[in-house]
Ligand binder design. Structure first.
Ligand code: CP
Ligand code: NVA
Length: 321
């Protein structure tokens, strides 16, 4: 494994410095592979008790418009590991919460901070913020994407399975923010990604076309179906997320009915490879999108996956800031 000096030289990749991290579409497959390897190496260092303070004295502002456990804690702890500081800000308490413009907010934050991480309702708002902010802006979840989650997801599969290329990654459930980023990440790594959603909850059509092109360029594929068994068959990894995301609570009762054939249960995972990996970004609803038998079973890596948020984001922070 790597030592501190190797880690230090690894994170000096010029093309990443100062960049925003809004969607994995903005990054080349080579850059994604680099960040995953760096995350892997930095995790080994961290486990060996080595935490080189490569961001000493730097401050990350962390704005939240929605709830969070994993994202908030992993970013804050990540900054501490890197020798810097994470500053939690509830959007409600900022002036932006009572109407200060996004552009003025971005210009002001740039005076104080070395980076901004934001969890927001609207991806468009995050794009506008990034446009008016001179320091890197990192997407901590929007209505459209969750790129930091996808980095942790692939890091987990890489740890368990080794090489990612050619592995069948099946996402079964809502065509949501988590799905969007996961599929693009898998495409970058040349995986064979299968997405199964109910009708009316499809993966974003424009993003699907983009993901297909990225996958093909890397020797992989992306397919979409309405048949969960087709997606689960021979899968190396099965992934699901909640049926009702934050902000969709009014649709919850209808979604329970519409998604009932998409539950990840023992019968469905019986179609996957014996040594398949089960993943979920969490928080999970047992006996809704996944049964306890699967999420608490021996093929589940969901807590290792949650822990990998820390390592994946440290690689992103160290490279961008
Ligand atoms: N998976 C994830 O982003 O978790 P939090 O909502 O707790 O941050
Ligand atoms: N799709 C979920 C992910 C939570 C981490 C949501 O947006 O609520």
């Amino acid at each position: 494994m790597t030592n501190n000096n190797q880690t230090k030289s690894l994170i000096e990749k010029e093309s990443l410095k100062g960049r925003d991290f809004l969607t994995l579409l903005d990054y080349s497959s080579e850059e994604i592979a680099y960040l995953l390897q760096l995350a892997y190496d930095m995790k080994q260092d961290t486990l060996a008790g080595k935490k080189p303070p490569v961001l000493a004295g730097k401050t990350l502002g962390m704005i939240f418009e929605k709830h969070s456990t994993r994202t908030r804690i992993s970013f804050e702890v990540g900054m501490i590991h890197l020798g810097g500081h994470g500053l939690f800000m509830n959007a409600r308490d900022l002036q932006i919460g009572r109407g200060e413009s996004v552009s003025d907010t971005g210009k002001v934050l740039s005076q104080f901070l070395d980076g901004v991480m934001i969890r927001a309702k609207s991806h468009k708002m995050v794009e506008e913020l990034a446009e008016h902010t001179t320091v890197p802006v990192i997407n901590g979840l929007t209505d459209l994407f969750h790129p930091c989650q996808a980095m942790a997801d692939l890091l987990t599969i890489k740890e368990v399975k080794g090489d990612l290329k050619g592995q069948k990654l099946s996402y079964i459930g809502d065509g949501n923010n988590v799905a969007h980023s996961l599929v693009i990440a898998g495409a970058h790594m040349g995986m064979n990604v299968a997405v199964a959603t109910p009708k009316g909850y499809e993966y974003h059509a424009g993003l699907l076309e983009k993901a297909k092109k990225i996958a093909e360029a890397n020797g992989g594929s992306v397919t979409a179906t309405y048949d969960p068994i087709e997606a689960a068959t021979d899968a190396d990894a099965i992934y699901t997320d909640v049926w009702t995301s934050m902000g969709q609570e009014e649709e919850a009762a209808k979604r329970l009915i519409d998604f009932k054939d998409f539950q990840i249960n023992d019968q469905l995972v019986g179609h996957a490879k014996k040594d398949y990996v089960f993943l979920h970004c969490l928080p999970a609803h047992r006996e809704e999108e996944v049964t306890a038998s699967v999420i608490d079973g021996e093929n589940s890596y969901v807590f290792q996956q949650a822990g990998n948020r820390l390592h994946a984001q440290k690689a992103v922070l160290a490279s961008l800031l």
